[in-house]
Design a protein around this ligand. Sequence first.
Ligand code: SF4
Ligand code: SF4
Length: 436
Amino acid sequence: MKRLGIGTGSAMALMALEPLNSFAQNSDNNTNGNHMTYRVQHGTGEKVSLLGFGMMRLPRDNQELVNRLVDYAIEHGVNYFDTAPIYGRGLNEGIVGAALSRHPRDKYFVATKMSNYDEKLWNLEEAKKMYENSFKNLRVDYIDYYLLHGVGQNGMEALENRFLKNGLLDFLVKEREAGRIRHLGFSYHGDVRVFDWLVDHNDKYHWDFVQIQMNFLDWRHASLEKGGWKVDADAEYLYNKLAKAGIQAVIMEPFRGGALSKMPEDCVAQLKAARPNDTVAQWAFRWVSSHPNILTTLSGMNVMEHLVENVATHSPLEPCTPAENELLEKIADTMQGIPTVPCTACAYCMPCPYGVDIPGNFTFYNNAMNNKQLPEKGTPTYAAKHEQFIKEYNKALPIEARANQCMDCEECLKKCPQGIRIPNQLSRINAVLRGR
Ligand code: SF4
Ligand code: SF4
């Protein structure tokens, strides 16, 4: 480190040098009249846009907007589009298929998933129906990137029930051999033993890619148990293990579902001082996309403004410098000291049978925490802050959606990819409201 002139002794700073060196080898000027940065898929040599379009949060009732977003994305070089049969209450694949099929098939890669969380779909024939439906919904006769969806949730037992004992994974491998699936991978959340098992069996399954959650906060701080939540593995571990195994990573949650935009004001000020014209989102994307073993960084974009900004950030990507990486590392350490709830607002836990707006509660609480508006007992400002907190909370959430409506039924627990102990966290919010 000394030899390289890195003063802080930070391994993250060393990591920062790697993307810069490898970046040029992985980038490719495109010939489509735009400046999108591409990565080369190792197996086929195809060029995948470093910005991928996560379609999960698209509106269900505005095909015209979806078409415009897709048209803009394709026109500006984005060619990776990610959906799943369970997104948009089962409607997302169809909406995505309608938008994409207006373009030549060689202009886009489509990624979808086997979302067989429901026990009924552990049966091979039922799971095959979900698989076949994806082709119909997407209006394609091959799928470019197919994933086992959300492995790691509920541990090895769930992996065995969903994919191994029933022969489903063997079936999908055969589908890849037949060419109906071009690349096979999995998306991972939760129990790291499942991730390890699958990567360690790469000789058997030959994963073409793996989708992981990665952002500058989760790089080192995802595995810490804090405030009752627990995620098993840091992105640093996941990313490095994939790189070592020669498997390219697709990144989800580069912006932690928007949560990084709620960072404390003093942290935002430090970023502004370093790059006055950049948004926090641009910092987050540049940090993720600078890593060389990434095929594409997914962003869930449902408004044109975000798409335009993210396209600009990747056209071409300006990789983070070692000094910028150090700044983000410092900010991550500061944020890690704040026990926010690591909710990405994905809404997988919804609907709650008792009407609680789970992501709404966590977003409110995190904002208050990040902006130092949480009432702290024993401080001179407690009474005023407490009163303000209650007032704002009541304004933000209707009675039926509030934390005190939680009946502790635990329906939501198994659905949360972040492993958040949702009822415990809601009760923490409730305690603040009650002044306990
Ligand atoms: S535990 Fe609470 S928040 Fe979760 S589903 Fe049950 S009532 Fe809703
Ligand atoms: S609590 Fe979990 S499942 Fe629910 S929105 Fe947050 S991250 Fe998603």
